[in-house]
Design a protein around this ligand. Structure first.
Ligand code: MLT
Length: 273
């Protein structure tokens, strides 16, 4: 991995391949390795850029709170620092999707296309936001194991947990390997993320919405309604997958992403392809 100093922090990023840049943005509280299967396949034809967000993996940690907008600012500064001159395809999972909406809102000119995997457009309910603040405090007091314990049952359906223990273990390692301060800061940032539902009809770049059939955090019906609100977008449901579709069903996810990217390359930034 290479390291860049942007916005007063150090960001670690894996870069592989050449061509249209594809920025892979991980979920909470993970790191870039959740995209290993996509990095492997996409880098044959695309310039894959897979950072660890501020506070995660090998990147620098900022205590307190990191908003979705701050993460988006970091990513824009990162691609600048890397000398990526052309607009990127942004692909984010869950929290990576929340950040993606902010990246579109502030940096639309740098966005060629958007892929939103297993994510949401609505804000947290007051109760969910309060729970995130409690979780932030608990992580600081008890360590990252508490977040792994509370999230794991909702991340993977029983079928995946049983058939792919390697996926469950990899997620557990990512979670417990993160700094409690980084986890707490992102948790507080997610608690106050804005509802972007009203903005969705204004998105004009090509958009692919991907969702696991069994995702209970960002369920298919909710993701289908996100896709329905974005002109010309496409929604692909991944059979048998939960929230972590890129890890659970990499072949199906890669096929959907590759088909979408081929369309983006063919038709530039036009919607409705
Ligand atoms: C994620 O996968 O990034 C989280 O499930 C996001 C969240 O907690 O809302």
């Amino acid at each position: 991995m290479t390291s860049y100093t942007v916005n007063g922090t150090q960001l670690a990023v894996l870069e592989r391949g050449r061509g249209l840049p594809v920025l892979l943005v991980h979920g909470f509280p993970l790191n870039h390795t959740m995209w290993d299967e996509q990095i492997e396949v996409l880098s044959s034809d695309y310039r894959v850029i897979a950072p660890d967000l501020r506070g995660f993996g090998r990147s620098g940690v900022t205590p307190g709170k990191v908003t979705m907008e701050q993460f988006a600012d970091d990513l824009a500064a990162l691609v600048d620092a890397m000398g990526v001159g052309e607009p990127v395809v942004y692909c984010g999972l869950s929290m990576g999707g929340y950040i993606g909406w902010q990246f579109w809102r502030k940096y639309a000119a740098r966005l060629k296309a958007l892929i939103v995997c297993d994510s949401r457009a609505v804000a947290d309910t007051p109760e969910a936001a309060a729970n995130r603040l409690v979780l932030a405090d608990r992580v600081l007091g008890e360590g990252p194991g508490v977040v792994a314990e509370s999230m794991m049952p909702r991340l993977l359906p029983a079928s995946t947990a049983q058939s792919r223990p390697d996926v469950a273990q990899a997620i557990g390692r990512m979670m417990t390997g993160n700094d409690p301060q980084g986890i707490a800061a992102a948790s507080r940032g997610m608690a106050e993320r804005p509802d972007v539902t009203a903005l969705l009809p204004r998105i004009r770049c090509p958009v692919l919405v991907l969702v696991g059939e069994l995702d209970v955090i960002s369920p298919p019906a909710e993701m289908r309604s996100i896709a329905a609100a974005i002109p010309g977008s496409r929604c692909v449901e991944i059979p048998g997958s939960g929230h972590m579709s890129p890890m659970e069903k990499p072949a199906q996810v890669n096929a959907a992403i590759l088909e979408f990217l081929a369309g983006v390359r063919r038709s530039g930034t036009a919607t409705g392809f």
